[in-house]
Write a protein that binds this ligand. Structure first.
Ligand SMILES: [Zn+2]
Length: 476
């Protein structure tokens, strides 16, 4: 599949993402080129922008035929693969390290010990490993088995009973994909090798240092303890705002806090959670929310209350060096992505950036401007004005949501935000529209129209025109 790539400095247009089962990690603009926007009042403000999308493609769910001998063995409850997964999952659920490592040997010991130690630091409450038990041979031999291993971290999501949907009553583990090498000797299966399959999570690199607030967990390298500690108070404040705001809007809270990974080292930021070499695209972000993976299906020994399937699980937030200069906007922006992705997990729909980034930016603006979308003299209005003036030159099509994959891509952050503000001005429930637009994979105006709201692209543009009247924005 193609992955959308966009580098504003290079002016490279990004292709539309395909409608494939993708999980998108929404990013926040990184300090790229400097842009100053001059307001009509004569004041000027420096705006830093750039952006990126991160697309993670889950492996296609393939269910191989089950060998007859395995079926027979399963009937006796004695298949080596069943016994292996059964014991591993029981050990993960009860956090019994000794029982888990009784089934692990050789080269798998070191990476799984690192994983286990880091999960303890990250406050795990349960865990699971999914895979196909019947990949494991009945007779002596070796095989590689793709698995998803994940734990419920300190602030994992939950879906209350009665909340509706397939996930009601379930809890979520934050999984990543791995490949286990499994050896069978005398009908006993053991994991003897372990490697990541795709991007490596922060917890797969080195022992982590963790600090906690009331609504956040901040994790980082042990050599960056001071950075981790310094982020707790501000992140906690941003998290509380996001959660309180959602509650005030009458929303069901899918979680009560956020797991944040942070580094001030660009080389670390370029490797944790993201594998550019494999992904084939380049990263230019200040921060992003990374959707994690669910166990694909119930596997022997797994707690039945763990949500499974090909939708995403709870996202984690990852902050890099560029984020540190703009935490007041970045933190709520990323937390809103986590809320959005948790309320409406991704599977087959890949919503337009104007929906995903627009919603996070709308909420970010509301936090920055004390609950208002954007005051007349605000940075948001300056940006919106510049985008409006410069992207309408070729006519109305330039402002159409599908045209937002262009070099001035920061504009769809503000255009998207303005769509939600426009809807709010009409009395339309912007939250409902954000969720529906993500679920249906459409832009906010289309989603609102589908709900019966009297909206149009022309009316939205007229609203933007009104908001930006008298503002002259200049970029240099
Ligand atoms: Zn974003």
């Amino acid at each position: 599949m193609t992955t959308p790539v966009l580098h504003p400095q290079q002016g490279a247009p990004a292709p539309e993402p395909e409608r494939t089962p993708t999980a998108t990690a929404p990013a926040r603009a990184r300090s790229g080129g400097l842009i100053a926007l001059i307001a009509g009042s004569g004041g000027f403000v420096v705006l830093v922008i750039a952006l990126v999308f991160l697309v993670v493609t889950p492996r296609a769910l393939v269910v191989p035929p089950i060998p007859d001998e395995a079926v027979a063995a399963a009937a006796e409850g004695a298949a080596p693969g069943e016994a292996l997964f059964g014991e591993l999952n029981a050990a993960l659920e009860s956090q019994d390290r000794e029982a888990f490592f009784a089934r692990v040997s050789g080269d798998a010991v070191a990476p799984l010990t690192l994983w286990w130690d880091n999960m303890e630091q990250l406050g795990w409450t349960s865990a699971a490993m999914s895979g196909d038990e019947y990949d494991v041979p009945w007779s002596d031999g070796s095989v590689e088995v793709p698995v998803v291993l994940g734990a419920s971290l300190a602030f994992a999501a939950f879906a209350p009973r009665g909340s509706g949907g397939d996930d009601a009553g379930k809890h979520f583990v934050q999984g990543f994909r791995y490949v286990a090498s499994v050896d069978v000797v005398d009908e006993v299966a053991t994991i003897t090798g372990w490697r990541t399959d795709g991007p490596k999570a922060a917890w797969d690199f080195e022992p982590l240092y963790v600090a906690r607030g009331e609504h956040v967990l901040i994790a980082g390298r042990q050599s960056e303890q001071a950075l981790v500690d310094s982020l707790v108070a501000e992140a906690d404040e941003a998290a509380a705002w996001v959660l309180d705001d959602a509650e005030a809007q009458g929303r069901d809270l899918p979680l009560d806090g956020f797991n944040v990974f942070a580094t001030d080292d660009q080389s670390i930021f370029d490797t944790w959670f993201v594998d550019e070499a494999t992904a084939g695209w380049q990263m230019e972000a200040a921060a992003y929310a990374v959707p994690t993976t669910r166990p694909e299906s119930w596997t022997e020994g797994m707690d039945t209350t763990i949500a499974t399937g090909d939708s995403t699980s709870t996202s984690v937030v990852f902050l890099g060096p560029s984020a540190m200069e703009q935490l007041d906007g970045t933190l709520p922006h990323e937390f809103e992505h986590v809320m959005h992705y948790t309320a409406v997990p991704s599977s087959w729909s890949d919503p337009p950036r104007v929906t995903v980034e627009g919603w996070a930016t709308y909420q970010e603006n509301r936090r920055l401007y004390d609950g208002a979308y954007a005051p007349a003299d605000s940075q948001a209005i300056l940006e919106l004005s510049w985008c409006y003036d410069n992207m309408s030159s070729s006519g109305i099509a330039d402002l159409a949501p599908e045209q937002f994959y262009v070099e001035d891509a920061f504009c769809y952050y503000q255009f998207g935000a303005s769509m939600f503000a426009y809807l709010d001005s009409l009395g339309v429930d912007a939250w409902d529209v954000a969720d529906a637009a993500k679920f249906d994979g459409v832009d906010p105006l289309t989603a609102a129209a589908a709900q019966g709201a009297d909206v149009s692209e022309a009316a939205w543009q007229a609203w933007v025109d009104q908001q930006t009247a008298g503002v002259v924005a200049v970029r240099y």
